[in-house]
Ligand binder design. Sequence first.
Ligand code: R1P
Ligand code: URA
Length: 242
Amino acid sequence: MRLSILQVNSEELTPYAIVCGDPFRAQAIAAKLDNTRELSFSREYRTFVGESAGVPITVVSHGVGSPGAAVCFEELIKGGVKTLIRVGTAGSYSADVPPGSLVVSTAAVREEGLTRQLVPIGFPAVADHEVTRALYEAASETEGLVKQGITVTLDAFFQGVEEFPHQKYKKAGALAVEMEIAALFVIASLRGVQAGAIVALDGYADADLREVYDPHTDVVSGAVEREIDAAIRAVVKLHNCK
Ligand SMILES: O=P(O)(O)O[C@H]1O[C@H](CO)[C@@H](O)[C@H]1O
Ligand SMILES: O=c1cc[nH]c(=O)[nH]1
């Protein structure tokens, strides 16, 4: 089957997929795999296949924001992908998890608009337990701080006249904010597949802590490198446990 938006043939996809916002990060992830092939680069969606320790893995960029990312997740699932892992970046809510740390998301607050058009707001955006455990174990084998907990998914990156809901979710114990995990978890639940997510913290979202937003630092690239290695190893762990 031809997937019309990703512009790939479903027969070329694999049961495991690693997804990320940035097409250049997709290329960096694919570069760590063996026998890598680029399948397509259509809009923000750049698709590669390769393998690690003999396990075939698809890597796709989904762009910024839940609506565009949802198109990617839905087409991957239609194409036969059974396990999706997001490897992203997020803004920290707390000095206890500073930039450079990794957070494995156990569940996401649905502060975006996309999933409200799919299912009532009481439906939870939760990660798959096995995927979360594999991600946390693999991330804990890397150097540096790793936490697991609730993340928040927003649509807006820059603030308007409305206050961002950061303070209340920080008080409730959320660790970080980004823009696609809730869409991934809800869609995975609705379509009956597994999903998990890991993020590298690239600064502080909280206005009290935030300085200038600059995700292009050595600390952030080091954390992104660690989360990529962790996600690839998590896929191999999941495959070997089946
Ligand atoms: O680094 P990625 O995966 O793109 O994730 C985060 O970065 C983007 C915002 O800069 C949003 O997509 C957000 O979720
Ligand atoms: O959505 C995001 C992603 C990274 N960092 C942030 O502060 N917000």
